[in-house]
Design a protein around this ligand. Structure first.
Ligand code: 13P
Ligand code: SF4
Length: 300
């Protein structure tokens, strides 16, 4: 069976759209109607025309799509695709932090559960975190769960950023040493890092941005070689859009295994069996919506 052709047919028949994160396997990115970073995908999910969204990514991303478009059916083809960083914080922990720091607003990275978003004042993604914190009229913010993104934001704001101990195991794994070795092998390469990387790695970067920001940087920068400090899924579009350029990943096998759990067969099954539907209790959804909606109001 030609799975790609079957999926395309089913998408039409079922009035569905396929959204995929930049870390998805090449075959999925190839057939997706839209690929993007968390912010781009959220914006897209909030305005799709089709009745069903097949979301190829991890759980919090599909949940965000449901929060933004509750009248649509949101399907996550692999229900076990989670995000270890999102699992590092719970609604209870946010409530504890709010008691510890009364009156201090909570900014939550979109890599978090609906419950955490519901307890937070405003959400952010890697693409808009600095602007989100700047938009708040406050001296201090609590930033959850990513300590590295929180630290990155603190470089650009006067606001004190109270950090939480969360991190992405995939980006936390990048070391200064590895980047130094790559830089010495390719002295004319520019280093672009995701802000989930540790601060000492971010310090070495020529550019820091979200996963979609990497595409823009590689395309618009008149350089032939790049060292990439994020997951290897971005390689698909980087190579396609820049056939004359070379890309080296900061370490071998820079892979998010949760992002790689989705494949064509699972997308096909998702469409045939209408699985796995992502839903939330409406009261929880409404509270989580408030923090995402506030984020979307922040100018980019
Ligand atoms: P982006 O929003 O930059 O795509 O990041 C999402 C993510 O999970 C990075 O690890
Ligand atoms: Fe989560 Fe890290 Fe995977 Fe992104 S790369 S989905 S933060 S585990």
């Amino acid at each position: 069976m030609d799975l790609k052709a079957e999926i395309k047919k089913l998408l039409k028949e079922k009035d569905a759209v396929l959204l995929a994160h930049n870390y998805q396997i090449d075959e999925i990115q190839e057939i997706a109607d839209f690929t993007g970073d968390s912010l781009g995908l959220s914006i897209e999910a909030s305005k799709v025309q089709q009745n069903t969204i097949v979301f190829c990514g991890v759980h919090f991303m599909a949940e965000t799509a449901h929060i933004l478009s509750p009248e649509k059916t949101v399907l996550l083809p692999e229900i076990e695709a989670g995000c270890p960083m999102a699992d590092m914080i719970t609604g209870d922990k946010v409530r504890q932090l709010k008691m510890e720091y009364p009156g201090v607003p909570v900014v939550c990275y979109v890599n978090s559960s609906a419950e955490v978003k519901a307890e937070s004042d405003i959400c952010c993604t890697s693409a808009n975190a600095v602007n989100v914190v700047k938009s708040l009229d406050t001296d201090r913010v609590i930033f959850v769960p990513d300590k590295n993104l929180g630290h990155y934001v603190s470089r650009f704001v006067d606001t004190e950023v109270i950090l939480y101990e969360g991190f992405c195991p995939i980006h936390e794994r990048v070391t200064k040493k590895e980047v130094e070795v790559l830089k010495s092998k390719h002295p004319d390469a520019l280093f672009v890092a995701h802000p989930e990387c540790p601060p000492e790695v971010v310090d070495m970067a020529d550019h820091v941005c979200s996963t979609s920001g990497v595409y823009k940087y590689a395309k618009e920068t008149d350089n032939k070689k790049f060292i990439i400090g994020t997951e290897e899924g971005v390689g698909y579009r980087l190579r396609k859009e820049n056939p004359d350029k070379e890309f080296y990943f900061a370490y071998d096998s820079f892979k998010c295994k949760n992002m790689k759990k989705t494949n064509l067969k699972k997308v096909y099954d998702a469409l045939v069996n209408e699985q796995y539907k992502i839903t939330l209790d409406p009261a929880l959804r409404n509270r989580a919506y408030t923090s995402i909606d506030k984020m979307l109001q922040v100018p980019r």
